[in-house]
Design a protein around this ligand. Structure first.
Ligand code: SF4
Ligand code: SF4
Length: 101
C-alpha cells in the first residue's frame, strides 16, 4: 500500500495548555480523540503522548483530562491571565461616617 508522508508543524503559542507525565501516559490517544478543537495529533512513536499542534486553540474544557484512563498522566495548565481569583470586597470604613466628619 502506498503511504503518503504528512508534515505538520506545531503552531507557536505563549500558552502551554497541556502537561503530560510521560511516566504515566500510555499513549492511548483518548485525549486527542475527544478534543473538540482537535489541537493534538497522535505521536508517530507508539506508546507516547499525542503532540499538541495548536496549543492556542485549547479552550480548557477539561474533556481530555476526564477521558484519560491514567490519573495524573495529563493535566491542564491555565494561562496566567485566567487564574484570577475573586475576593470579597472589604467594607470601606470611611463610607460609614456622616457627611462633614
Ligand atoms: S482542554 Fe478541551 S480543548 Fe483543551 S485540549 Fe483538552 S479537550 Fe481539547
Ligand atoms: S488519554 Fe491519558 S494515557 Fe491516553 S494518551 Fe492521553 S494523556 Fe496519555
Amino acid at each position: 500500500m502506498e503511504m503518503n508522508e504528512l508534515i505538520a508543524r506545531v503552531i507557536p503559542c505563549s500558552a502551554e495548555p497541556l502537561i503530560f507525565d510521560e511516566t504515566k501516559c500510555i499513549g492511548c490517544n483518548s485525549c486527542a480523540g475527544i478534543c473538540q478543537c482537535d489541537i493534538m495529533i497522535p505521536s508517530p512513536e507508539k506508546g507516547k503522548h499525542p503532540i499538541v499542534l495548536y496549543p492556542g486553540e485549547c479552550y480548557y474544557c477539561g474533556a481530555c483530562v476526564m477521558v484519560c484512563p491514567r490519573p495524573g498522566a495529563l493535566r491542564i495548565q491555565h494561562p496566567v491571565m485566567n487564574r484570577t481569583k475573586f475576593v470579597p470586597v472589604k467594607p470601606d470604613p470611611l463610607a460609614e461616617r456622616p457627611a462633614g466628619n
